[in-house]
Design a binder for this molecule. Sequence first.
Ligand code: 5GP
Length: 342
Amino acid sequence: DLFYRQIPKVELHAHLNGSVSFVTMEKLVARKPHLNIESSRTAIRSGQRRTLAECFQVFKVIHQLVDSEEDILMVAKSVIEEFAADGVKYLELRSTPREEPKTGLTKRRYIETVLEAIHQCKQEGVDIDVRFLVAVDRRNGPEVAMETVKLAEDFMLSSDGVVVGLDLSGDPTVGHGKDLLPALQRARNSGLKLALHMSEVPSQKEESELLLDLPPDRIGHGTFLHPEAGGSDSLVDKICKLNIPLELCLTSNVKGQTVPSYDKHHFQYWYERQHPCVLCTDDKGVFCTDLSQEYQLTASTFGLSQEAVWTLSLQAIHCSFAPEALKHSLVQRWAELRPHIL
Ligand code: 5GP
């Protein structure tokens, strides 16, 4: 449906390497024939499901294909252009800095290269504002987390406002959030915004309670926070009191099998309570989706009017980590772009 494509949108939960499109993936595969990877292996098509564990195997394959500055520049530029082509006007991209001794890639160069891609897109007039969240992969433990936070702090000060925050992601079944608290606390104290994956799997209630005390500025997924899903009233109360927005990714959760079907997605629970919910893609490449499709899917599953969809997209501006002046100009932009049929 054209409506969902045409409306301006905000994307706040997009992992760089999970967002690489099929077309770009084929280019990467062609660059590295020795790896013998089929580009179809990195995408989960419509009707297909994977366990969350299998999804994390897919990221390992993609990381083999994206391991140099040249690769990162290409994937970051194409991902930004693809979001812009889908009507995204403001994007917060996140990615885990990696070092690859084989290609001489360092974590610092990794981030610099993503920032260079953002800069080049701006120079080339791509109609999208992009910010960056430095990601901590929980699998790598507390020392790496602390090192990543320090790197993020440096870039927050030197990137002209492009680096705005920190993401906590990676396999939720590995490691415990309590070990990462010192790093997350430090990030928070230094002014980095926190977007944390929380309760993505059922066993994380205790961890979510700890993380909520930071508190985070946004929550990724939060699938099992509410009492019906094994969470608790106290978790929900805290989140509501602090008005912490949720980043919700329907296709990702259904294809990754943490949610049994679209109509059972926790979007309903939080939306009914008028809690700020932001629709996001998570990994548009891996899950073969885009943000327009996520909006359309949510509208058709939960019977949202076009006006309600418009309000969701407008509200997302206020959930972003953009500075107030930019939020203000985005709101104005939305007013100009509001379809006449509304
Ligand atoms: P990258 O950080 O390399 O740009 O993007 C891929 C990484 O994002 C994965 O290795 C993983 O750490 C994280 N990621 C992507 N999708 C998900 C998800 O659905 N859940 C969690 N917890 N982490 C994810």
